[in-house]
Design a protein around this ligand. Sequence first.
Ligand SMILES: [Zn+2]
Ligand SMILES: [Zn+2]
Length: 134
Amino acid sequence: MSTEVTYTCPECGHSVAVWGEGNPYALGPDGKRHYYYHPSDEDTIEFVARLWPETKGLTDSELMEFMRPQLGNEPDAYCKKCDQIFHVAQKGRTPACPECGSKQTILALNIPEKVCPKCKKGRFPKYGERTAIS
Ligand SMILES: [Zn+2]
Ligand SMILES: [Zn+2]
């Protein structure tokens, strides 16, 4: 289950929508990350598992056991300059924005209570509003 949460600036009404759980993925044998989303998450994991030559002949539960270390989650980041939401592929640091190259990026989970980049007066609320569930 994934939830979209919208944070709206009380001063100017500017809003940012982020997915609560980030972007889960399964790693393929070629190093490619296959993102999966509810409700097709198990199908995707199984598909990726079958790409690995090591999984030949494994049962479903053995497959999942094998895949556990290959599963990860990319958090979302937010660019305060151009308002883009993008994936953070590497752990531990927030990269420059892929759209505009700005380094004024923050992790999406840090959006609550940050000063609104549009009006620079309001602050995003501590708790966003749930806008979609998939
Ligand atoms: Zn940007
Ligand atoms: Zn604002």
